[in-house]
Design a protein around this ligand. Structure first.
Ligand code: FES
Length: 246
């Protein structure tokens, strides 16, 4: 069943919840939000009674992936970890990455979450896609975000945050990795893009001497920001600071 949501009523025997089990079996995983409970006037709080509910079925592609995720868990000796959380539903998710420092290959990616099937499916798909990828080939996660939307299929707008939170957590893991490399860096010029070894001075020069004004143009010129993308906000800050001085 591909429908995202339905409203209905069930006659429930709370001693064995047989009816709910039958619904779940017939339609796949079902989330029940109890809106109201109507007790029988004849039996007081005795059986049976009726539950009004909104059920939430997962779209087929989401259901397929979340029912058997391959990348759930945490990497013990991770190169970086990143967390995302949402106040919308209380979900939190952690991404852990193992990265080869020399080749910049993501050797392993895993996630851990208390989230719903949408979060699990999106995180699992993202982990699968970045396993074995080079940081320098990620293109700031934009390609991956497009791919995720295509692979997971259309989701209700109220579920968009489930996918967004996965990218937020992954972005934080990549930012932590970048920050770790910057702190270890002993070169003369402050490093800003660790994926491509681009210094802060280089970006400043492109802004002042070449008149470059956008992060995208900086990427076109020296590749900075076109790998993991975690340095993009810093490049933007440099460009903004340069702009405000003129
Ligand atoms: S640090 Fe990865 S793209 Fe710049």
């Amino acid at each position: 069943m591909n429908s995202c949501e339905f409203v209905g009523e069930l006659l429930v025997d709370p001693l064995n919840l047989t009816t709910l089990k039958q619904v779940a079996t017939a339609h796949g995983t079902v989330r029940i939000i109890v809106r109201s409970i109507h007790y029988s006037p004849f039996t007081n709080h005795q059986l049976p009674f009726t539950i009004s509910f909104v059920g939430d079925f997962y779209p087929e592609k989401i259901s397929e992936r979340f029912s058997s995720p391959n990348y759930a868990g945490m990497i013990k000796e991770a190169s970086a970890k990143g967390k995302g959380a949402s106040f919308v539903c209380g979900v939190s998710i952690n991404f852990s990455l193992k990265i080869n420092g020399e080749t910049k290959e993501i050797i392993e990616a895993k996630f851990k979450t208390n989230g719903c099937g949408y979060v699990i499916a999106a995180a699992d798909m993202i982990a699968e896609r970045i396993n074995g990828q080079m940081l320098t080939d990620l293109h700031g996660l934009e390609d991956l975000a497009i791919l995720a939307r295509e692979e997971l299929g259309p989701v209700h707008e109220s579920r968009e945050h489930c996918i967004d939170i996965c990218f937020y957590a992954l972005g934080n893991a990549l930012a932590e990795y970048r920050q770790g490399l910057v702190e270890e860096w002993t070169g003369e010029k402050a490093l800003i893009c660790t994926c491509f070894g681009v210094s802060e001075e280089k970006v400043e020069n492109l802004a002042s001497k070449e008149g470059i004004k956008t992060v995208e143009s900086i990427g076109d010129n020296c590749s900075a920001g076109t790998g993991c993308g975690s340095c993009q906000p810093l490049i933007q800050e440099i460009l903004d600071a340069h702009d405000s001085n003129f």
